[in-house]
Design a protein around this ligand. Sequence first.
Ligand SMILES: C[S@@+](CC[C@H](N)C(=O)[O-])C[C@H]1O[C@@H](n2cnc3c(N)ncnc32)[C@H](O)[C@@H]1O
Length: 303
Amino acid sequence: MTNFIGLRLPLLCASFSCSCSCSSSTLLLLNKWNKGLVKAYPRRMVLGIGASFLGMASSAFQASNSFIASARINSGPSVDQILKNVEWPEQFPFKDEDFQRFDESSDALFYEAPRFVTHIDDPAIAALTKYYSKVFPPSNTPGVSILDMCSSWVSHFPPGYKQERVVGLGMNEEELKRNPVLTEYVVQDLNVNPKLPFEDNSFDVITNVVSVDYLTKPLDVFKEMRRVLKPGGLAIMSFSNRCFWTKAISIWTSTGDADHVMIVGAYFHYAGGFEPPQAVDISPNPGRSDPMYIVYSRKLPTA
Ligand SMILES: C[S@@+](CC[C@H](N)C(=O)[O-])C[C@H]1O[C@@H](n2cnc3c(N)ncnc32)[C@H](O)[C@@H]1O
C-alpha cells in the first residue's frame, strides 16, 4: 500500500471546506435532499471530513491494511432516518469527478495478490452475520440463489449456511476459490465491465460487503443488480468506515458515514425499479469497534 503519500489530498480537504476532486455542489445536494436533517446537523452532512482523515492517519494499517475513511456517526440523525423523506433531485446528482480515484491504475493490478485477511473487525463481522441470519431465506431452500458481489475468501454468511447456488464475483481468483460458501465464482472487473454475466431474474439476494465504495460506474452496476434480481429480490449493501482509500471513489473518501448512506441510497433510487432504499445501523459497540451500516432495497415486483 502506498497510502501515506496520498494523505496529502484528504488533509487538504480537512483544512478547507472542500478542495478535493469531489464536487462541492454534490455535497450541497446531499444536504438539500434530506431537509429535516440539514439544519440540525450541517457539518456532518456537508463534510464528514475533518475527523475522518485524522482518524485515518492514526489508524493506518489496522484491520488488514485498510484505513478509516470517514467520520463515525456519533450524534445527529439515526441512520434509519437518513433515507426517510429524501427529496431526490430529478437527475442523478453526481458528476464524473465524484467517481475518480486517487489510484486510477488497473484494479486487476491492485487485486492481483490475494489478501486472506478480514477488512472489518470481528464484532462488525458478527453483527453482519447476525443481520444476514435474520433476513436471508432459510438455509437449503430449494431454488434459492445468492450473488455475493465484490466477494473474496469470506462472505460472512451464517455458519453452515447453504443454498443450491451461491455465486461470488470479485477480482481475485485465489480468494474466491477458497470461499467455502460459494458454489461458483466469476472474476470480473466491474469498473471495466459492469454487465453482470447472469440471466435476468436469477437471484433472490445480492450482497456486497464493504466494497460499494470501489464502484466507479455504480448506476450501471445497480441497474444490472435490478436486472438479475428476481422480482422482490433483496439487495444488501453493507459498509463500515474503512477502505482501501486510494481505490475508493472521491465522493466517498471526502464525505462521512451519513453521506455514504445517502450515496448508496441514491444508487438504488436512480437505478430505478427498486423499492425506496432503507438504512439500518448494525454497529455492534458504537465507538469501540468498527461501525457497520446497511443500505438495502428490494426489486419491485413489477420491475
Ligand atoms: C475490501 S475487499 C472486501 C472483500 C469481501 N467483500 C469482504 O467482506 O471481505 C474489496 C473487494 O472488492 C472487490 N473489488 C474491488 N474492486 C472491484 C472491481 N472493480 N470489480 C469487482 N470487484 C471489485 C475485490 O475483489 C475485493 O474482494
